[in-house]
Design a protein. Structure first.
Length: 115
């Protein structure tokens, strides 16, 4: 059974930082492209950052220079380091694992940026 479990969300003040983690099980993690997406109430889910199985990264323009995605294949974990957080970053953040055949999602973790 495939599981993606996100953690690390919470309440943070504007300008603060958080690191999200997503642990995967039930898949050969190293061959999957991994991504972080977010979805605010009433809005569509949007891509935040992605990292390929080869380690190539891609970011949404809204988070470039503030967020960093990384992966540790030995730990089957993908991370999202978020800095200089803004109220507009408030959202549920979801982890995704995808390859040519399958796509899996985690249950999400809430990030709230507020003073």
């Amino acid at each position: 059974q495939v599981q993606l479990v996100e953690s690390g969300g919470g309440l943070v003040q504007p300008g603060g930082s958080l690191r999200l983690s997503c642990g995967a099980s039930g898949i050969i993690f190293s061959i999957y492209d991994m991504g972080w997406y977010r979805q605010a109430p009433g809005k569509q889910r949007e891509s935040v950052a992605r990292i390929s199985s080869a380690g190539i990264t891609n970011y949404a323009d809204t988070v470039k220079g503030r967020f960093t995605i990384s992966r540790d294949n030995a730990k089957n974990t993908v991370y999202l380091q978020m800095t200089s957080l803004k109220p507009g970053d408030t959202s549920a953040y979801f982890c995704n694992a995808i390859n040519y055949k399958n796509s899996y999602w985690g249950q999400g973790t809430q990030v709230t940026v507020s003073s």
